[in-house]
Design a protein around this ligand. Structure first.
Ligand code: ZN
Length: 367
């Protein structure tokens, strides 16, 4: 077995330099770093034209063929008490291995795939505090906005509604990037932030519509009453009125932008819901909680998908507790079902945004 160990000191510094340049690029040119998933210390990756940034000169010798999918195995290994990335490709006549000591392993290619997940063309891997590996995608901000739009809203909805959603996604993302600069990534790819996945299996007409919504709002964000980029929350269905972010999450007090009375989401066919549990189960759930309980914490305790909103009435009958409610989601910011109705009524995306973020103003990026 032929093995290369690429850890000469000078080479290591070249790697570090190339990584810090790439990191600078991420922030100066509005790229978004999305944590796509967490992986064990050993995993496989496939793709075409795979290049390992900073070490591709070495890796070219392994003959990754153009336009042909190849698979590599990546592993965190310890050599002389120091951690390295070990990259192997074993379906060549000779197994070859490359070691890299850079803190993050940066890769670009096409058709990149990890397990069942299709990846963007630029990714990097970084070991996290729990010893597993974060797979982080790097996307231009506008490409990210487009992708999230295809996941977060049905694309059959009115174009002005999609544009309002695109502005909310862009603002939320920009605000989060501004507030999390010390982290190795900007956003989670789940409902913890916004759902991101590479658009796949979506019909062409819908993709064109999503692209139109992104392009026609390109560079446009919302500013809060302090002139900062607004962390523009949005949710499925407010159930009749929106709430301040500060009433849902303690830490978001600075982002107050007003609330709306909103009858427009009554068009949601699944707007009303009920949940029944035994009194004993409710008591057991509440036992784990000490002190005051915020309505959103109570939702979390019961389960966000079961207790769909914090707008409910409670009924007790023969040891059974019934919650009867309306709406779906935390209720802060833009109400998607209401914005659908407003789009159908012919309102522009600017007016839709004004309804849901009454104290915010629109800003067009001057770049
Ligand atoms: Zn609503």
């Amino acid at each position: 077995m032929l093995q290369w160990i690429a850890c000469a000191l000078s080479f290591f510094f070249i790697l570090l330099a190339s990584f810090s340049q790439a990191k600078a690029l991420v922030h100066s040119e509005s790229f978004v770093r999305v944590r796509i998933k967490s992986l064990p210390a050993k995993f496989k990756l496939s793709g075409e034209n795979i290049q390992f940034i900073g070490i591709e000169r070495k890796f070219r010798s392994v003959s990754l063929k153009e336009n042909q999918s190849v698979q590599v195995e990546i592993q965190r290994v310890l050599v002389a008490a120091k951690s390295y990335w070990q990259v192997s490709r074993n379906n060549l006549p000779t197994t070859r291995t490359l070691l890299s000591s850079q803190p993050a392993l940066m890769i670009q290619g096409q058709e990149l795939q990890q397990g069942a997940t299709t990846l963007p063309d630029k990714i990097f891997f970084r070991e996290n505090l729990s010893g597993s590996v974060d797979l982080i995608g790097v996307l231009p901000l506008e490409e990210y906005v487009f992708s999230v739009l295809t996941s977060e809203m049905p694309l059959g909805w009115p174009i002005e509604t999609l544009k309002a959603q695109a502005v909310a996604i862009r603002s939320y993302t920009q605000a989060v990037i501004n507030g999390r600069q010390s982290r190795p990534y900007d956003v989670e790819s789940s409902v913890l932030d916004q759902v991101y996945k590479k658009p796949q299996g979506i019909n062409q007409a819908y993709l064109v519509k999503a692209r139109q919504a992104q392009r026609e709002t390109e560079g446009i964000t919302l500013l809060n009453s302090k002139g900062q980029t607004l962390k523009a929350f949005y949710h499925s269905d407010c159930g009749g009125k929106t709430v301040l972010p500060s009433s849902v999450w303690n830490q978001e007090r600075e982002h107050d932008v007003g609330t709306s009375v909103d009858s427009f989401c009554a068009s949601n066919p699944r707007g009303r819901w009920s949940l029944t549990m035994t009194k004993q189960k409710l008591q057991d759930l509440l036992k784990s909680f000490v002190g005051d309980i915020r309505s959103n914490d109570f939702r979390k305790l019961v389960g966000f998908m079961d207790l769909k909103s914090t707008q409910f009435e409670v009924f007790e009958n023969q040891g059974q507790i019934q919650f009867v409610g309306q709406g779906f989601g935390h209720g802060a910011g833009l109400c998607q079902w209401g914005s659908k109705y407003l789009g159908q009524k012919g309102l522009s995306y600017q007016r839709i945004l004004k309804h849901y973020y009454p104290l915010a103003v629109l800003k067009r990026d001057s770049l």
